[in-house]
Design a protein around this ligand. Structure first.
Ligand code: URA
Length: 218
């Protein structure tokens, strides 16, 4: 800031003071270590329902916390709720969700209720845009806590966004899909997002191979 800008700012501050505004110290932000989340999915969901840490909270109709078997061996992680999910409050219940449900049922040979399904962000990004890095970062502690509580053997990252925000690796999903990777205490297998498969049906062959690998792993 140059001197002229500083003077202008000072003038504005004097003006505000003359109008009766008081100077306040910056609020003390809790240190990360002091910010403990609940070790219980229902209580954690209550916290998420009250969350307004990022701007996505302004637009949501419902939070989409995640759902499924609390002892699931496999956890699917998508990008973020779409319009139908926002309306209903459940993950993957639109067209992409139907495809995911079919993939779980027809290829893995298990019911959707046996797995756990969540997203990188719990509120719908406007116009289904990709969540920003700061939105993903705000929401990540909730997802990490869900993973810690459910403690799956295998995490499946659905699509580029889930893979990138879980691993901080920007390698294109087409290059990492189907690989068996390590993510902290979990095994991670990335694959294509069901919405991508709806737009690119020719990629379904590769997704099928990924699912067979997931099945063998389980
Ligand atoms: N796409 C996602 O990534 N998640 C959902 O829950 C629905 C669509």
């Amino acid at each position: 800031m140059n001197n002229l800008e500083k003077l202008k700012q000072l003038k504005n501050l004097y003006l505000l003071k003359s109008l009766g505004f008081q100077y306040e110290d910056m609020p003390k932000i809790a240190k990360k270590r002091e910010f403990a989340l609940e070790n219980d999915l229902d209580k954690l969901k209550q916290s998420v329902m009250k969350c307004s840490l990022c701007e996505l909270s302004k637009y949501r109709k419902n939070i989409v916390f995640g759902e499924g078997n609390r002892d699931a061996k496999i956890m699917f992680i998508g990008e973020g709720p779409g319009a139908v999910e926002d309306e209903i409050g459940k993950p993957f219940v639109g067209r992409a969700g139907q495809l995911l449900t079919d993939m779980i049922h027809n290829v893995l040979g298990i019911k959707r209720e046996e797995v756990y399904i969540a997203n990188i962000v719990k509120c719908r990004p406007p116009n289904n845009r990709v969540p920003t890095e700061s939105e993903a970062e705000c929401c990540m502690p909730y997802l990490l806590k869900q993973m810690e509580i459910v403690n799956p053997t295998l995490v499946v990252a659905l699509g580029a966004t889930a893979y990138r925000y879980l691993t901080h690796d920007k390698t294109p999903i087409s290059q990492v899909r189907g690989e068996i990777l390590k993510l902290k205490d979990y095994t991670l297998i990335p694959t294509y997002h069901p919405s991508f498969l709806l737009r690119n049906p020719s990629a379904k062959k590769e997704a099928y191979l990924d699912l067979l690998k997931i099945k063998r792993f389980l």
